[in-house]
Structure formats: structure tokens, C-alpha cells
Design a protein around this ligand. Structure first.
Ligand code: ADP
Length: 484
């Protein structure tokens, strides 16, 4: 698939430090999850190169922060234009290494690029404040300044968008960054970095350290221990988020964490059932169920339960599974064998505890898994407690609104939630009662660049996207001017 790139020079396999492509001593392999074929050998860097990248970012910081907001904005806008001009190639690289269907991959490129566009605009609006004085002899002001060198550690499920969502506001605010992309999807990340260089982002302002699993852990330790790195933004598992938080305690670093979810998707008796089915399809099976906002638990009120299960299952059994480059495929492979095993474990556990497989339920060849629906799900099943991160939809039956809210909130996670109802009173009651950072009401897809995306409880800290996303990368400074 990569031989079809319109611009083969986008295929980078070395890391980027201080504007130079760095080979490093060792390499690690990147594979196509749809067939296991090797796609590339990528630079496997470690702590020494991470230190070099931190030093380069720190050295590049004064000039970058001294540029006018408008100058930074123009450069970011060029990066956005290049990302969109290369949407097809970036999508192709993404499908090859990540597996999501090609149209979905191109959609992610547009989504990822939209953060660069948005923060190119927001760069010009990092405003300060003047406050009323408490004494006529003084004047009180607030400056908002870039926090400093930032590190971003990103996951494989959105190989491009999780980078731009962090890097664009950092750069817009005037901060340099070091990115450690996921070891399973470094090629999309490196192509994104190459386009940043072409856009004119100066040497050292955007660095990318590629590393395999063990080296990623070592690089993470260097980021956390560094006095120079002032902020770490991470998207990934709650488990790794906790490690990064603990490792960052000695240097009291500011953290933005986008961690696991366990999204409830509630369908009330008064819902438009066809719309709820559509929403559940989009929310559950996008990226083969491998997003932190995918519906993980579907709760359906008893009056519409049978009707929902029947309509939903009919749609799910029609989903085409296959290589993401094939026409009409809407579900690609899972990212790795461990992901397939987790879905198998959740299905077996649900069946053992009384769940009824209505659609799918089995592994296909390689890393493919059938889109699956399990009815009669119960709260003691693994799929109710853990994020499956795969194409399994357990459907639970409930009687009352209160029962649904309690079940939905019965988790340590609090990222996305969804519910379907046409009752205006219920819409406000349930929205307010759900302990989640985001609520989709009569809709299954909620993310876009100008809204605050993020979770409560153990789903994370901070928000990404929107004007609030910029706050993560600026510090306030209070000025008290006397002797006026
Ligand atoms: P996922 O569930 O998406 O695989 P992970 O949390 O394992 O999530 O990985 C997300 C990112 O975090 C990847 O870039 C990975 O290399 C990195 N990572 C994993 N473990 C650590 C660690 N201990 N320290 C720093 N980065 C890590």
C-alpha cells in the first residue's frame, strides 16, 4: 500500500531532533495489522536522544516564544494547509500501519488538521487581563505566558489527531514540544512531523523521538524527571497515566491526561429507536471499537429492549470486515494480538455469566474479530467493568431512569457518555446526573476541534480542543504595579 504514495518522501523512518533526521543505533519494526507484513524499520531511540531533544527544545524556546502570535499563527496555518493537501497520503500511511478503513483514516487526517487550523486562529487570542485596583496607587495585570518545554506521549488509535490536538495549542501558545508517538504507528507521526518542517516550524521547536515499547518507558522517565520539561500531555491507558503522574511528582509538572473510558450508551423508552441504533453503530464500531469514547455498555429500557436488540443486530451483522483498503470495508483489523485476546476474554466471560451472543462472537483470521452483539448482559461481567476496546457491544436491560444513571456511574471512569430520549425534562435530569466529562444526547459522535474534550474521575485531567485546551500550555503571571 505504501508504494502508492503520491509523495514517497513523506515516508520517514528516522526520528527528528533539532531539525535533523536522526538514525540512532537501533531500529524497530512496524507492521501492517491486516496481514502482519513488515512496513518499515524505524529509529529506536532512548534516554540519551530524549535528553538531546529536551536540550534542543529548550534552546529553541526563546526565539519561538518571541515571535508574534500572528507569526506563529501563519506557520501553523501553513502546516494545516500541508496536512490537508497530503490528506490522501497521510490516510494511506495510517491505514497501512493502524488498520482503520481508508475513508475513516482520511477523516482522521481532516479531524487532526482541524486542531492545527483552530489553534492557528486561537494563537492570536491568548489575552491577558487588567483588574480593578485595590488602591489608586497601583495597577493590577495578568499576563498569560507559554509554560515552557512540553512533552507529548501519544497512542496508536488516532495516530495523527492525538498529536495535533496536543502540539497545535502548545506551539500556538509559544511552547516547543517533544513528541513520543506510539510504537505501533510511528509512520503517520513522522509524516506529520515532516510536514511541520516543510511548513517552516523552526528546528528544535518540534521534535519527535520514536522508540519501541521498552525504550518508550525509558524515554517517559526522562521526560518526567527533567526540570526543563514543564508539561506532559498523555493520551493512553489509565494505568500508564498513573505511572506518569507518580513519576512527575518530584518535579511538580503540569499534566494533561486523556485516559481510559467505559462509556455508557443509554436508550430510554421514549427514544427515537432508529436514531439510537444509528448512534450506537457509529459510537461502538468506529475504529473497530478502539477509541476511548466508544460505547462500551449499552443500556436499553425494557419497553424498547427487544426492538432495539433486533434492529441493532440486523445492522451489525451487515458490517463488512476486512483490509481497510478494500472497498466498502467499515471494520479493519484490531491493532495487535493482545487486543483480539481481550475481546475473546470478554466474550467468553459474558457467555459464562449468561450473556447471549446475538451476532458474531468469534475471532476471524489474523487480527480480525467479528462485530459482536451480546444480549442479556449483566453488571458482574468483565465487559461491564473494563473497557473492551474492540467490536463487542453488550446490551443491558433496565427498568427505571434512576437505575440507568446508577449503573452508568458505577465505574471509576468518566470520559464520554451517551443517551437517547425525546423528553426535555429527562434530557436535563440525566445530563446533569451523569458523572462524565462529555455527554452525547441523541447523538453517537461528539468530538470536534472547538469543544472541550476530556474526562472526570480516573479518565484524566484537563481538556483538549477549544479555547480551554490552550490553558494547559499557558501560565498566568500576576503583576502588581505600585507607585503610579
Ligand atoms: P494503549 O492502551 O493506547 O496501548 P498505552 O498507555 O500502553 O496505551 O500507550 C500509549 C502511549 O504511552 C504509547 O506511546 C506508549 O509507548 C506509551 N507508554 C506506555 N508505557 C509507558 C510508560 N511507562 N512511560 C511512558 N510512556 C509509556
Amino acid at each position: 500500500p505504501l508504494s502508492l504514495l503520491k509523495d514517497p518522501s513523506l515516508l520517514k523512518t528516522d526520528a527528528l531532533i533539532n531539525g535533523e533526521w536522526v538514525k540512532g543505533g537501533a531500529r524497530f519494526e512496524v507492521h501492517d495489522p491486516s496481514n502482519g507484513n513488515k512496513l518499515a524499520d524505524v529509529a529506536n531511540l532512548g534516554p540519551k536522544e530524549a535528553e538531546a531533544a529536551i536540550a534542543a527544545a529548550n534552546a529553541a524556546w526563546p526565539a519561538w516564544r518571541s515571535k508574534t502570535a500572528k507569526e506563529r499563527s501563519i506557520t501553523l496555518r501553513k502546516w494545516y494547509d500541508l496536512l490537508m493537501a497530503n490528506q490522501e497520503d497521510l490516510g494511506r500511511i495510517m491505514t497501512a500501519e493502524q488498520g482503520k478503513p481508508f475513508p475513516e483514516a482520511k477523516g482522521e487526517v481532516a479531524y487532526g488538521a482541524s486542531f492545527v487550523e483552530w489553534y492557528a486562529e486561537e494563537a492570536k487570542r491568548v489575552n491577558g487581563e487588567t483588574l480593578p485596583q485595590f488602591d489608586n496607587n497601583r495597577r493590577l495585570l495578568v499576563l498569560r505566558q507559554p509554560i515552557g518545554v512540553c512533552a507529548a506521549i501519544t497512542p496508536w488509535n488516532f495516530p495523527l489527531a492525538m498529536i495535533t490536538r496536543k502540539v497545535a495549542p502548545a506551539l500556538a501558545a509559544g511552547c516547543p514540544v517533544i513528541i513520543k508517538p506510539a510504537e505501533l504507528t510511528p509512520l503517520t507521526a513522522l509524516a506529520t512531523a515532516e510536514l511541520a518542517i516543510r511548513a517552516g516550524i523552526p528546528a528544535g521547536v518540534l521534535n519527535m523521538i520514536t522508540a519501541d515499547g521498552p525504550n518508550s518507558i525509558a524515554v517517559g522517565k526522562v521526560f518526567c524527571a527533567s526540570d526543563v520539561v514543564r508539561h506532559i500531555s498523555f493520551t493512553g491507558s489509565t494505568e500508564v497515566g498513573r505511572i506518569l503522574m507518580a513519576q512527575s511528582a518530584p518535579t511538580v509538572k503540569k499534566l494533561s491526561l486523556e485516559l481510559g473510558g467505559n462509556a455508557p450508551f443509554i436508550v430510554f423508552d421514549d427514544a427515537d429507536i432508529d436514531s439510537a441504533v444509528e448512534g450506537a453503530m457509529a459510537s461502538k464500531y468506529r475504529n473497530a471499537g478502539q477509541t476511548c469514547v466508544c460505547a462500551n455498555r449499552i443500556y436499553v429500557q425494557e419497553g424498547v429492549y427487544d426492538q432495539f436488540v433486533q434492529k441493532f443486530s440486523a445492522k451489525v451483522s451487515a458490517l463488512k470486515v476486512g483490509n481497510g483498503f478494500e472497498d466498502g470495508v467499515v471494520q479493519g483489523p484490531l491493532i495487535e494480538d493482545a487486543a483480539v485476546e481481550k475481546v475473546e476474554r470478554h466474550v467468553a466471560d459474558a457467555v459464562a455469566k449468561g450473556g447471549k451472543v446475538v451476532v458474531g462472537g468469534t475471532k476471524l483470521q489474523g487480527q480480525f474479530f467479528q462485530p459482536t452483539v451480546i444480549a442479556d448482559a449483566t453488571g458482574n461481567m468483565l465487559c461491564a467493568k473494563e473497557e473492551t476496546f474492540g467490536p463487542l457491544a453488550p446490551v443491558f436491560k433496565f427498568k427505571t431512569e434512576q437505575e440507568a444513571i446508577q449503573a452508568a456511574n458505577n465505574t471509576e471512569f468518566g470520559l464520554a457518555s451517551y443517551f437517547y430520549s425525546r423528553d426535555v425534562g429527562r434530557i436535563f435530569r440525566v445530563s446533569e446526573a451523569l458523572e462524565y466529562g462529555m455527554v452525547g444526547i441523541n447523538v453517537g459522535i461528539i468530538a470536534t476541534e472547538h469543544v472541550p474534550f476530556g474526562g472526570v474521575k480516573q479518565s484524566g485531567l484537563g481538556r483538549e480542543g477549544s479555547s480551554h485546551g490552550m490553558e494547559e500550555y499557558v501560565e498566568m503571571k500576576y503583576l502588581c504595579v505600585g507607585d503610579i
